[in-house]
Design a protein around this ligand. Sequence first.
Ligand code: SAH
Ligand code: SF4
Ligand code: F3S
Length: 438
Amino acid sequence: MFGFALKIYGCQMNVYDGDRIASEFLARGWKEVAEEEADVVVYVTCSIRDKAEQKVRSELGRHAPKGEGRHRLVAVVGCMAQRVGRELLSRFPQVRVVCGPRHLGRLAEAVEASLRGGETAVLLDDDPRALDDLERVPTRRLLPFKSYVTIAHGCDNFCTYCIVPHVRGRFQSRRPEAIVDEVRALVDGGVVEVTLLGQNVNSYGTDLEGISFAGLLRSLSAVKGLRRLRFATNHPKDLTGEVIAAMAEESVVCPAVNLPIQSGSDRVLHLMNRGYDVAAYADRIGSLRAALPEVAVTSDLIVAFPGETEEDFSLSMEALRRFRFDQVHSAAYSPRPGTAAAAFDGAVPAVEARRRINAVNDLQLDIAREINEALVGRTFELLVEGPAPRGEGLLQGRTRTDKVVLFPGRGLEGCFVDVVVESSDAWSLRGRLSGEGS
Ligand code: SAH
Ligand code: SF4
Ligand code: F3S
């Protein structure tokens, strides 16, 4: 029996992949142990920005090869493995397995063979359509009552800054029956909240017959015992009226949407190959908010894209003021080798990029603070996650709009409770169980 440890970087897809990898190892009789005890350490990696890759490189450097006779092996899987796996194999002697995100189905066997025989395994996609998925319902999860489920692999959008289509391969929807079966199995195993994952969930089904994303939402809403259904991420060009209607009509679907805008300048959006302009974005978010007045909208924004002028940047700031997102994930542009934008002129100096990111964060902090302040006095249904990471005696839960709420209490993990909001800041709300004296 082997002991394994997982280290997860990057997006929710990696969390899901990590849960499935762990579940597969456990099903083979392995044990999840602390990193120091592990025979195998698996890095589930991300390539989205240079910083994400640097972090893993410095971690890998820490793994001094163990003394004679000790079976210790490092596996690097996910997006960074796909991008630079062969280089990692030659640079770090303890890395003996590299596996891209489309070959996870072959990982466990390769790791076992490598542990027994000492050989190196290279499981990378030379064909961006090849797929050896890991057919395994994630039984080991961070929280037993919440799970992710990937509904589509890859991405065909090729936004000019983005590495994802290069490392996750071509867009491919999972079969609806497989998804429904997985969600049923998860619910049978105690899950009450599922988040569907795809780089662009709204294109789900465009490569299949007779099913769309809206149809999938409706089929999954019918799964008995499922209380909350979420999804991420949405591409603004594809968020259809049918999806909005399904959200409005199916009470299981949560009113929370991540709708990445990326820039507030039409000129930059065009250079990014996003396929929409600010007017089209305004139209989508307008329909969404008209149909779901309570909806929370989060967004992603890139600053300092090559050639982004002061004027372009001020249009992004303007967009934040206009659309008033609940939260914004902002990042300075990071050139990714092999993407179209990596060859664009007009790099913004790092100091200026920093200034822009700070300005975005300051503005967004004020907006988030105002939005949350308006929720004080209201009562929300929470799914309780457990003790708050900081804060003695407080529990943490999330509203259907995915806002974090802290309140005094004990136990209740995985339960639904009603909480009255008493105070707020930009990141979270505080309250007390409704019905308790004030
Ligand atoms: N599929 C999603 C985004 C996936 S990547 C979409 O279409 O919006 C997650 C976020 O990382 C992106 O929304 C973008 O804001 C950011 N990102 C991607 N590539 C980047 C890069 N090269 N530099 C900086 N941020 C980047
Ligand atoms: Fe990247 Fe664009 Fe695909 Fe999102 S839609 S994953 S940003 S290429
Ligand atoms: Fe990173 Fe790959 Fe996700 S590049 S953001 S782990 S799809």
